[in-house]
Structure formats: structure tokens, C-alpha cells
Design a binder for this molecule. Sequence first.
Ligand SMILES: NC(=O)C1=CN([C@@H]2O[C@H](COP(=O)(O)OP(=O)(O)OC[C@H]3O[C@@H](n4cnc5c(N)ncnc54)[C@H](O)[C@@H]3O)[C@@H](O)[C@H]2O)[C@@H](O)CC1
Ligand SMILES: Nc1ncnc2c1ncn2[C@@H]1O[C@H](COP(=O)(O)OP(=O)(O)O)[C@@H](O)[C@H]1O
Length: 291
Amino acid sequence: MRMDIVREVPRLKPRPADGHKGTFGKVCIVAGSVGMAGAAALAGRAALRSGAGLVRVATARSALPTVAALEPCYTTIALPEDSAGRISGKAIGVILDAASQNDALAIGPGLGTSAGLRSVVGTLVQQDGLRLVIDGDGLNNLSRLPDWPGKHRAEVVLTPHPGEMKRLWSGLFREALPSDRQEAAGRMAQATGSVVAFKGAGTVVTDGRRAYVNSTGNPGMGTAGSGDVLTGIITALMGQGLACFEATVLGVYIHGAAGDIAADACGQISLTATDIIEALPEAFRKSHKRI
Ligand SMILES: NC(=O)C1=CN([C@@H]2O[C@H](COP(=O)(O)OP(=O)(O)OC[C@H]3O[C@@H](n4cnc5c(N)ncnc54)[C@H](O)[C@@H]3O)[C@@H](O)[C@H]2O)[C@@H](O)CC1
Ligand SMILES: Nc1ncnc2c1ncn2[C@@H]1O[C@H](COP(=O)(O)OP(=O)(O)O)[C@@H](O)[C@H]1O
């Protein structure tokens, strides 16, 4: 598969002196469940550290007090839940309202999987004009909807790790997942009309026409919640007006750069997803000088 290789990492425009929180994007992150409140908080905090003017985290009602207590700077939206403490299918009305009131929406970190969540994700991909990042269990729910690419109208970014990629792939193709990561990501992007960030060492970002292979990051980032942080970063960059491909390239680059700064400070063995968030300010400052 021939794709143009992108070597330049996009950048955010300097902030206008009279900018305010409305200028820098409102984003909503639909995430978390009882037992995985942390995933929602990590994505929300990462979005704040990545410049979103307003961050709203929409989560299952029972998980909300924990999610809210983990970070004072985002607001929260309580969603109807099922008996297992996962967001239920009845939440779709509130989520569609949030979609219409925000510049970008993410769904997935820590959701769990269920028929209700499948219908929520399936409805979101059909929303014309919605800018949507799908990660984690958002992808696991999506992979059980084999006909979704034919119906989708939203601008979609998919951020699978290799396990999620396998599930997504087997829902769409008969043949095995190609071992060439660029080939796999490129075909997934073309078949679904989405931007794909196929995560792992050397994350590949592609829209099926262009491909970027990331050089930042380290094995210390193989730690729980690291991908949830990436979701928050990309969503915030989309909220600030970057197109899906550009936001994903910059997001993947900054996430890896923050992981490298964090590994310098605390070593790859002890690195946690929280350390990646704490390193985002330095990663953004350095990238503005270097890129
Ligand atoms: N604090 C929290 O609340 C956390 C919640 N999380 C959520 O937990 C849910 C399930 O996600 P998980 O990823 O844990 O479970 P999955 O079952 O989706 O994936 C785990 C498996 O994926 C494969 N895999 C992942 N990265 C790989 C790589 N680089 N190379 C090869 N294989 C790889 C491995 O087989 C691994 O066992 C998601 O919604 C996620 O957002 C996790 O992010 C962990 C932290
Ligand atoms: N060896 C590595 N080199 C560079 N980046 C890595 C490496 N291992 C993991 N990462 C990055 O860490 C993140 C892990 O995400 P993911 O597997 O979704 O974690 P989680 O589901 O726990 O949030 C991805 O962005 C991935 O690219």
C-alpha cells in the first residue's frame, strides 16, 4: 500500500491575547464505570493539560463521585447506568446533547462492554458533524457492529492498541491482520473512512492516504491508563481546531514526548500514566521550541 509519509508534526497556533476558555474548545469525554473511574479521570485530566478550555467528563452515575473527586478542573455529567455500574443505553439522549454542545467528543476509556453501550457507540458514529475519538472499550463495543463503516457520518479517530485492532479487524475483514503495522492501519483507515492511530512502539497514524510513524515514547509507557491519557490529549487538540489527522499526529507525538520526560524523571519501571500527564506541560513547551 502506497501512502505519503508525513514527517512534520503539526503545531497549535499561538493563543490570541484576548482568548478565553470558549476560544480553546469545549470537549466531552464519555468514559468510566464502577471499577474504572480512573480511566475517565486520566482522560479528562490529560485533556485539561492539553489546552482544552472546558472539559466535561460524562460517566456512570455511581462512578461520578469518584471521577469528580479526582480532579477539580473539569465538570461532570451523570449518566444512567446498568446493574453493573456501566453507562446504559438510556444515556444516549444526554450524550447526544453533550455531542451537540461540544467541539469534540471522546468515548471509550473504562466503559466496559454491553449491548446498551454498543447501541450508544453505534448511534454516535452516525452523527453528521460530530468529531469523535473512539478508544478502549469504545472500540471493543464498535468491533461487534460489523456494518458500522457503511453508516458512519461522524469524523472519527480510532486509537486501537494491538488487542483492540485485532478485534476491530476481525469484525470487518475475513483475512488475518497483516503483520505490517502500516499496512494494517492504512487498510483499516481506508475501509472505515477514519483516522487510525495504531498504538505501540512506533505508533502509526494514518487516514489511508498519509501515514506518520511516531518516534517518541518508550516501553515505560506500557502501563495501565497510558492510552486513556492519549485519548484526552487528542480530543483536546481537536477541540482547539486541529483537523482529525493533524490532532492525532500531534497528540501521539506529545504523548510519547511526555512519556520520555517522565521516564527521565522516574525511570521506565516506575512510570505511571499520571506521570505522563504531569510531564505534558514540559512536552508542550519543548515541542513549541523544537517543531
Ligand atoms: N485506571 C483505569 O480505570 C484503567 C482502565 N482501563 C480501561 O480498561 C478497558 C480494557 O482495556 P485493556 O487494554 O486493559 O484490555 P484489553 O483486553 O482491551 O487489552 C489487553 C490486551 O491487549 C493486548 N495488547 C495491548 N497492548 C499491546 C501491545 N502493545 N502489543 C501486543 N498486544 C497488546 C494484550 O493482549 C493485552 O493483554 C479499557 O476501556 C481501558 O480504557 C485501562 O486503560 C487500564 C486503566
Ligand atoms: N514500547 C513502547 N514504546 C512507545 N510507546 C509505547 C510502548 N508501549 C506502549 N506505548 C504507548 O502507551 C500507550 C498504551 O496504550 P493502551 O495499551 O491503550 O493502554 P491503556 O489501555 O492501559 O490505557 C499507547 O499510546 C502506546 O503507543
